[in-house]
Design a protein around this ligand. Structure first.
Ligand SMILES: *Cc1c(COP(=O)(O)O)cnc(C)c1O
Length: 454
């Protein structure tokens, strides 16, 4: 019986998150206001606690994980690293495939890794309520859980198309005591504007973020929480890669390539950045490592977007961030990987890609479900549609290894399970899912609305 699951003890949970900024060859471009000047933390204190803003701007390599957060992490961490022997056999590849399984969290994905500390830091700052957005419901349910753990009320603006497609994610949020609304709503100016443009709007993460930010900015007892994109979110997620490295050490292996699905970038950052740390530190094993962000071809931010300053939300409430973007008012097609429907990307991930230090690929919807089913039939776990993107890219590489005979070590982050996405799987089996053509015209139009500043 070969080693399959590589486990750690609770005492192995890392004591610090990793901040990639310390190892970037060029410091990150600062967020800008509409006047083209850098935005200081004072401007963002209306919606974030100082502790998180400090992390947002920190250049420190290691950020201590507060003990109450580490304790909360023990609810499901450390998560297993698994050697996918059965998938390897099914593919007939000489490659070794490992995956880290983040679906063991109560919410079923990697997102509680940052929801927990965000709730804790807000509670410490005396905040009573959190307003936030959610795409597929993964982030909303994670925030609902974290709010419950630290005594905060949570209101979630859920992208309309997901609200309709994923009713049980709603039920989960309700179970943990959060309020959930289909975005765009008529409760905010941003929502009313979006509905005026399109009364049947499927919604988008950009619109839902506008609604949540608007609410947080208008109430002193309420802060905003974002489930991806921002630097502090990327830092918190590095717990994934840091644990994975300890697990690889246990079996004396090390990846040649790392794959992770990329929506706003924090999942990729979490899995990949700790390996970037090794490379920066001169670790010989990491010198040729390839870090691959995998995105949907219908929302190809990293592979077809423009690297420039843009807003993080549809209405332009957020500061301008330098990132790959498809235009802040681009509304992506209603693919089933709702967590990957975002017009922009983490500025840290974007800059590393722009400087050629990481890679990105885009994959079409049907091929991701095909990979997800293949994975489930080999390894048992039914992956979230978002995670299927990483699996697709990893399987493609394993098949290339088969063709060339290269015994590479491949690692991907299995960011979540798909138990609340079975309606999407049903549609796939019924032949009702489509590969959206690249929405060239919509992207072209949205790129025509890029902000002018300075
Ligand atoms: C949200 C989500 C992603 C994408 O995460 P980002 O950090 O926004 O890139 C990937 N997989 C699952 C299961 C998710 O819920």
């Amino acid at each position: 019986m070969p080693d399959t699951k590589i486990l750690l003890d609770e005492s192995d949970i890392p004591t610090h998150w990793y901040n990639v900024v310390a190892d970037m060859p060029n410091k990150p471009a600062p967020p800008l206001g509409p006047d083209g000047n850098p935005v200081g933390p004072d401007k963002m204190l209306a919606i974030f606690p100082m502790s998180l803003l400090e992390q947002e701007m920190s250049g420190e390599r290691w950020l201590p994980i507060p003990e109450p957060v580490r304790e909360a992490y023990t609810m499901w961490r450390p998560s297993p690293l698994v050697r996918a022997h059965r998938l390897e056999a099914l593919l007939g590849t000489p490659a070794k495939i490992y995956y880290k399984y983040e679906g063991v969290s109560p919410a079923g994905s990697h997102k509680p890794n940052t929801a927990i500390p965000q709730a804790w830091y807000n509670q410490q700052a005396g905040i009573k309520r959190i307003s936030t957005e959610t795409g597929a419901g993964q982030w909303g349910s994670s925030m609902a859980l974290a709010g419950r753990m630290f005594g905060l009320e949570v209101r979630v603006y859920m992208v309309n198309v997901s609200y309709q497609q994923k009713p049980f994610r709603r039920s989960m949020m309700h179970t943990w005591g959060a309020e959930v609304y289909a975005s765009p709503t008529d409760m905010t100016q941003a929502g009313r504007d979006a509905l005026a443009k399109d009364p049947n709007s499927p919604g988008s993460l950009g619109i839902a973020i506008s609604e949540a930010v608007e609410e947080a900015a208008s109430r002193a007892d309420t802060n905003y929480a974002l489930g991806s994109v921002l630097n502090h979110v990327c830092h918190h997620q590095t717990i994934i890669g840091l644990e994975a490295k300890k697990q690889f050490d246990k079996v004396g292996d090390y990846p040649d390539m790392v794959f992770a699905a990329c929506g706003g970038g924090s999942n990729f950052a979490g899995a990949a950045f700790p390996f970037f740390a090794d490379k920066a530190a001169g670790d010989k094993r990491a010198q040729n490592i390839r870090l691959v962000a995998v995105e949907p071809s219908s929302c190809p931010t990293l592979t077809k977007g423009v690297y420039t300053y843009d807003y993080g939300d549809a209405s332009g409430y957020t500061p301008l961030m330098q990132m790959y973007t498809l235009g802040h008012d681009f509304v992506p097609p209603g693919i089933h990987a709702g967590g990957l429907r975002y017009h922009g990307d983490s500025p840290l991930v974007s800059q590393l890609l722009h400087e050629g230090l990481i890679e990105a690929v885009a994959v079409p919807q049907l091929a991701t479900f095909e990979a997800g089913v293949q994975f489930a039939q080999a390894e048992g776990i039914i992956p979230a549609p978002e995670s299927c993107h990483a699996i697709r890219a990893c399987i493609d590489e394993a098949l290339r290894c088969k063709a060339t005979g290269e015994p590479k070590t491949l690692f991907f982050n299995l960011s979540g399970h798909g138990h609340f996405d079975m309606a999407s799987y049903d549609k796939y089996f019924a032949g009702e899912l489509e590969d959206y053509v690249y929405p060239e015209e919509a992207i072209h139009q949205a790129l025509g609305h890029l902000p002018k500043f300075g």
